[in-house]
Ligand binder design. Structure first.
Ligand code: NAI
Ligand code: MG
Length: 356
């Protein structure tokens, strides 16, 4: 058997990003030993709010250049109360997603065994869908400005940008994904109120859907979809949405699977022209940082998505299995109703992998 070598950039970032990154690296290294299928050369980048406070920038000007030759990027979270959130986000995560054309932000929502959903009566797999969020343009295109700053006449404009190419490629990704799943795509927009960008989006959706005759489709306005996440998540398979809508809906999908701490994601450049980036959905959680109780499962599952993407699905599968074992045995951090520390959850995942 040949051993694959991967160079992976890790960016722990801020707050609990730092706590869970070390746990994720531990698990991915263990799987390398266990499967003997790959080896990872890690390089850690100390970028984030502390870096900003000492250097005046979230990452060096040539940051993307230093990342571009890696096979993948493993990311914790950024954001800290001492730095404005638009600086942390626009200084690090958004330039990576946009610069590397990671246009499909893939965010699975799966209810694990032993995890109590806030929705009554839901069991393992009752909630099992994926949100594909457009990740390079839309409401987060960064187009706009402020004039007459500080005066009574001040005006701020933030323009959503939808390009036919940008919309089509993410919708196509959603259909390709649905073909491998339960063959349904739900299209989310707000095209009743926003009559340009989202009407283009709907038209492109219609055109692309004609090529995937095996896949069922529906159109749902974003407000109605928010209610559907709560009332009938069983009806969902793949949900495709704009940058802002996908962002908001996936905190909700994180909540219904028990905790944001359970939710993984991949920022995918499907063409593999650039590295893709894998990270939990949640932020840096300053409210629990330093207590050793951050849920590391979103990070582990993001690692599994990364292994799948690299072609190491045997190792990826072992993570999913070890997480299922761990949650079904009730080894849970406080966010999902348990008393375990971060490291105890990691230890359970490690022990399970060793026993597989
Ligand atoms: P957050 O996701 O950090 O936290 C929201 C709530 O969920 C908090 O009560 C937190 O304790 C809890 N939580 C989140 N992840 C958890 C985990 N793994 N285990 C246990 N509990 C967990 O969102 P918030 O508070 O709105 O933002 C905090 C900072 O993170 C801000 O600076 C924000 O800009 C940034 N942020 C960064 C993101 C990223 O880097 N991708 C994403 C979202 C927010
Ligand atoms: Mg978010």
């Amino acid at each position: 058997m040949t051993m694959n070598h991967y160079r992976i950039a890790s960016i722990p970032g801020d707050g609990i990003g730092k706590e869970i990154m070390s746990q994720g690296v531990k698990v991915l290294n263990l799987l390398a030993d266990v499967t003997q299928s790959y080896k990872i050369d890690w390089k850690e980048f100390p970028w984030g709010s502390e870096y900003y406070l000492s250097k005046g920038e979230m990452m060096p000007a040539d940051g993307l250049k230093s990342l571009e030759d890696f096979d993948s990027i493993f990311f914790g979270a950024v954001g800290w109360p001492t730095v404005p959130d638009h600086i942390t986000l626009w200084g690090l995560r958004l330039p990576i997603c946009q610069g590397f054309q990671q246009y499909a932000n893939v965010r699975p929502a799966l209810l694990y065994p032993g995890i109590k959903s806030p929705l009554a009566g839901k069991k393992f797999r009752d909630i099992d869908f994926v949100v594909v969020r457009e990740n390079t343009e839309g409401e987060y295109a960064g187009v706009g400005g402020r004039a007459q700053k500080g005066t009574n006449q001040e005006v701020a404009m933030e323009t959503s940008v939808f390009t036919r190419k940008g919309v089509e490629r993410v919708i196509r990704y959603a259909f390709e994904l649905a073909e491998k799943r339960r063959k349904k795509v739900s299209n989310v927009t707000k095209s009743n109120a926003q009559q340009y960008g989202f009407v283009l989006w709907d038209e492109v959706f219609q055109a692309v859907s004609a090529e995937y005759t095996q896949v069922k489709t529906e159109r749902v306005l974003v407000d109605a979809m928010a209610a559907r996440f709560v009332l009938n998540p069983e009806s969902l398979d793949v949900v495709v949405a704009s940058n802002l809508h996908g962002d908001i809906l996936t905190d909700l999908s994180g909540a219904i699977i028990g905790s944001l701490g359970m939710a993984p994601s991949g920022n995918i450049n499907p063409e593999r022209d650039f590295p893709s980036m894998f990270e939990p959905v949640h932020g840096s959680a300053p409210d629990i940082y330093g207590k050793g109780i951050a849920n590391p499962i979103g990070m582990f599952l993001s690692g599994a998505m990364m292994l799948d993407f690299l072609g190491e699905s045997e190792a990826g599968g072992m993570i999913y299995k070890a997480v299922r074992e761990t949650t079904s045995h009730g080894i849970l951090t406080p966010d999902v109703g348990g008393k375990a520390k971060t490291e105890e959850v990691t230890q359970s995942v490690i022990d399970t992998i060793k026993a597989l």
